[in-house]
Design a protein. Structure first.
Length: 170
């Protein structure tokens, strides 16, 4: 039989998990509800993209660190939870909610990877090209795509929090 971890270790794990959640989801909420609308009103489309690229440069390390911390602390929490009965189990409301949460989390990781390793580098290249050619069509498409991905990740985070609420309620 596995012995329960000390209360301080479990409390530390919960705190780190919540801190990572607040950091990541809070930044997505701030960007979605505050930064993007203000950016659209205050900046020209070409400048918006430069701003998005600079913002993402600051946001990406927070997001990737938070994701790593969430995985580590989440696995620990799951392993000591009395409801845990297998990684892909759907036998209870708790296990179904946790599985849903993890599947949504995987989609968030994929979206973040697309942003980090596809869209943002494309934005950097397009900014350089547009300075030479003055063609902004590519920039407009990339700006719309990046905003869509940011908002998609925020929506996924809201669904993850909903799944967490269902798990806690069971």
């Amino acid at each position: 039989m596995i012995t329960a971890p000390p209360a301080w270790a479990l409390a530390l794990t919960y705190w780190l998990h919540l801190l990572a959640t607040v950091s990541w989801v809070g930044s997505l909420a701030g960007v979605s509800f505050l930064v993007l609308p203000a950016m659209k009103r205050a900046l020209e489309p070409e400048t918006q993209l430069v701003f998005i690229e600079a913002m993402q440069k600051r946001l990406e390390p927070i997001a990737w660190f938070s994701m790593s911390l969430l995985v580590l602390t989440g696995l620990f929490q799951m392993s000591v939870n009395p409801h845990y009965d297998g990684f892909i189990s759907v036998s209870t409301q708790w296990s179904l909610a946790i599985l849903t949460k993890h599947l949504l989390g995987i989609v968030m990781v994929v979206v973040s990877a697309i942003q980090t390793w596809e869209v943002i580098p494309a934005i950097r290249r397009a900014i350089v090209r547009s300075k030479k050619s003055k063609d902004t069509a590519e920039l407009d498409g990339l700006r719309r795509r990046e905003i869509f991905l940011l908002r998609m990740n925020f929506g996924l985070s809201v669904l993850i929090l909903l799944a967490t609420a269902f798990a806690r309620a069971s």
